[in-house]
Design a protein around this ligand. Structure first.
Ligand SMILES: Nc1ncnc2c1ncn2[C@@H]1O[C@H](COP(=O)(O)OP(=O)(O)O)[C@@H](O)[C@H]1O
Ligand SMILES: [Mg+2]
Length: 689
């Protein structure tokens, strides 16, 4: 018998810790105590929210918000802020009605003052990382709140029924009629409304994970998704790669305190695996986000449509009986199952239409989902907002220059398949620029951004485009001279290991090693592109060796695999349909070993690389889509989910990306090796010596 354990608090992936108000003893069968854990989590968050809400009166006096937020975890601090924003705006509307004409203007001023205070705090370089993320999250949401009120003032909107206000996510404390049996019925719960859709905050602990910038497109997506739920349907954001379909869905879930489970769909999925997923979602009330849904085989999809309908029908009954009847029979699984449905459940499918290896959805399935087109993200707004939260003061102008550069790059440079100027590329560059800014406080802002744009992009630009690219940079940032950042230590280490391996310490070669290290800092998947024999492997191997030197103290270990040498079943694992036996694949066991420090891996290794050496094609690489984007989890057909740890990186060595879909290309950083970069001299020198 294992000894009892006590639950004393929660720890998020990002490190935030929330102690529980009451400890919980884990005892008895797992399904019982896990339900207790869930209830305990919700009770804790409800209690914290109550306390946070009751202390907001001091915001205008002795305990202003920028200090107040230190007392609460990020999720509740943000939620309280949003509740106050809603309450204050509603009362401003009421005052307007009773004739106080400047009420909304005063509201706007107050919001502006508060944001200014927060921005002042972020500028402090010594701010703790966790607190910085928390404040940035609140600023990000606040800025949107401010813009809405700004528009209300500008358009002289007088009443709260206006669509501009109605379509916002609004949070308020109300009594929940569904909790009638609650012994303390005076409890108020957090109610969320958007248009005529209403739900109750679910208090799933999400940690301090940051939030997306809310743009007009996000707003539209929120309305469509919630209206779909209102009509008891699923929703389907569709559009090209990297427009924020998956992340926006997850973000809405976070705003509602709901767990969103992302699945990477693949053609290995059968109706049985999907049945399990649907039953799990229905009973837990979580949202399921099925990424790349149209990779599932068409025969399976037609069963899926009855599975979805099964659950949605149960929701209809739930609504008709006012929540009295939750039980239903789930058919279309291996055997019929009697289960219960939780009314928060939602199904979301995100997909790119028309890419290779995708099917057209059958009509009966299409009819169950409400479509939402997400084609052009509001890049300037996102860019400006993120620059601001990285501490740039002239964010507006810089964002314009940044976007102009990328627009021009898209149209003027040659159309290489590995070029991607989309949202993912923008985000990783912004992260790089932020780090540069914090490291060089004495350099002017535009110089920092120019340097980041130049040095970071040059790594992927082919020789023929270099002059045009440098010309563009010169035109947008005229008369600016700045040296390349030098990581002297890394340079020396790379040279040292290169000599040991009998390689030449050519500047071009060492530079490529440095560029790779820069990319690996901000992206967890990287394509190394170049014709064979140009030294791709030599570059990453040398970097790995150099990092492992004592001076660098970044012990690096890698494991290599040729994805085309095995079938895709053997790569990701498969289930024997007859014996129901699960066979691990190469990747799944590799990822698990790295994640759990099994086999040759241990926690002294600071970098763990999975190196793919082989052609890229949609058949295998799209099974890694959720690993390569912000989700960072490998979802297997066995319903196992293996998250990527911060040490893990994916390196994909390939001669070209001709067969990859844009969904793949946008997910990775690129290091391009030109023929001239390393050249033939080193070979000659090596041969001579
Ligand atoms: N409104 C937004 N604010 C900030 N970042 C965003 C926003 N929308 C999308 N992103 C970023 O863009 C990237 C791509 O989003 P994702 O949802 O993965 O794209 P896809 O449409 O391919 O599913 C992610 O890194 C995400 O964080
Ligand atoms: Mg996606």
């Amino acid at each position: 018998m294992r000894p009892w354990r006590n639950v004393v608090g929660m720890k998020a992936k990002d490190g935030e810790i929330v102690p529980w108000t009451n400890q919980l003893k884990l005892d008895g069968p797992v399904e019982v105590y896990m339900a207790d854990v869930e209830a305990g989590m919700q009770r804790t968050l409800v209690a914290i929210l109550e306390k946070a809400k009751s202390t907001t009166e001091q915001w205008n006096h002795e305990h202003p918000r920028e200090i107040w937020l230190e007392d609460y975890n990020a999720q509740i601090a943000l939620l309280t802020t949003q509740i106050i924003w809603t309450e204050e705006t509603i009362s401003a509307f009421e005052e307007l009605e009773s004739g106080a004409e400047s009420a909304m203007k005063e509201n706007l001023e107050r919001i502006r003052r508060r944001i200014k205070k927060l921005i002042e705090r972020v500028r402090d370089v010594d701010l703790q990382m966790e607190l910085r993320v928390k404040i940035i999250t609140i600023i990000t949401v606040d800025v949107h709140g401010r813009d809405i009120i700004d528009e209300c003032v500008a358009r002289k909107i007088q009443d709260s029924t206006n669509f501009l206000w109605a379509r916002q996510l609004k949070f308020g404390m109300e009594k929940n009629p569904a909790k009638k049996d609650d012994p303390k019925m005076e409890h108020q719960y957090c109610m969320v409304t958007i248009c005529d859709w209403l739900t109750w905050y679910s208090y799933e602990y999400v940690g301090n994970c940051g939030r997306l910038v809310i743009t007009p497109l996000t707003d539209r997506c929120y309305i469509t998704l919630t209206q779909a739920l209102n009509l008891l349907m699923g929703a389907a954001p569709a559009g090209p790669a990297g427009t924020g379909k998956t992340e926006t869905t997850k973000d809405l879930g976070r705003a509602l305190g709901l767990r969103v489970v992302v699945y990477n769909c693949s053609d290995q999925m059968t109706y049985k695996t999907l049945a399990q997923i649907f039953m799990g979602l229905a009973q837990s009330g979580f949202w399921g986000c099925f990424d790349e849904f149209n990779r599932i085989a068409i025969e399976v999809l037609s069963v899926v449509s009855s599975q979805v309908k099964n659950v949605l029908d149960a929701l209809i009954v739930y609504r008709q009986t006012n929540g009295a009847k939750t039980g239903f029979v789930f058919k279309n699984a291996e055997q019929d199952e009697d289960i219960h449905v939780k009314n928060t459940v939602g199904f979301f499918i995100t997909m790119n239409p028309g890419y290779a290896g995708r099917t057209e959805l059958p009509e009966n399935l299409k009819a169950q989902f409400r479509y939402c087109a997400m084609v052009v993200p509001d890049m300037i707004l996102i860019c400006e907002n993120m620059l601001m939260s990285e501490g740039f003061e002239t964010a507006k102008e810089l964002a314009k220059k940044f976007m102009t550069l990328y627009e021009l790059c898209k149209s003027l440079l040659s159309g290489q398949t590995h070029y991607d100027w989309g949202l993912r590329a923008v985000k990783s560059l912004l992260r790089q620029a932020g780090a540069l800014k914090r490291a060089n406080l004495d350099i002017a802002e535009d110089l920092v951004l120019m340097k980041a744009l130049r040095d970071f992009n040059i790594a992927k630009i082919v020789q023929a485009d270099v002059d045009i690219f440098m010309g563009l940079i010169d035109t947008l940032f005229p008369n600016m001279e700045v040296d390349q950042a030098v990581k002297a230590e890394l340079r020396e280490a790379c040279a040292e290991t290169a000599i040991k391996a009998n390689l030449q310490t050519d500047t071009g070669y060492i530079l490529k090693c440095e560029q790779l290290s820069d990319i690996l800092e901000v992206r967890h998947s990287v394509f190394l592109i170049g014709a064979s024999g140009l030294g791709k492997s030599a570059v990453w191997k040398n970097l790995a060796e150099a990092q492992s030197l004592d001076a660098m103290d970044l012990r690096t270990i890698w494991q290599q695999v040729d994805p085309k040498a095995v079938s895709s079943d053997e790569l990701c694992g498969w289930e024997n349909l007859k014996t129901k036996e699960w066979r691990d694949g190469v990747l799944s066991s590799m990822f698990r070993n790295m994640n759990k420090n099994l086999g040759k891996f241990n926690d002294t290794q600071k970098c763990k690389w999975v190196v793919f050496d082989g052609d890229v094609d949609p058949e295998w690489i799209e099974s890694l889509n959720t690993v390569m984007d912000d989700n960072k989890v490998l979802t297997l057909v066995s319903n196992e989910r293996i998250p990527l740890t911060p040490e893990m990186r994916l390196l994909i060595e390939v001669s070209n990306l001709r067969n990859a879909t844009p969904a793949t290309v946008s997910r990775g950083g690129v290091l391009f090796i030109n023929e001239a970069d390393i050249g033939w001299m080193p070979y000659y020198e090596s041969w001579r010596s």
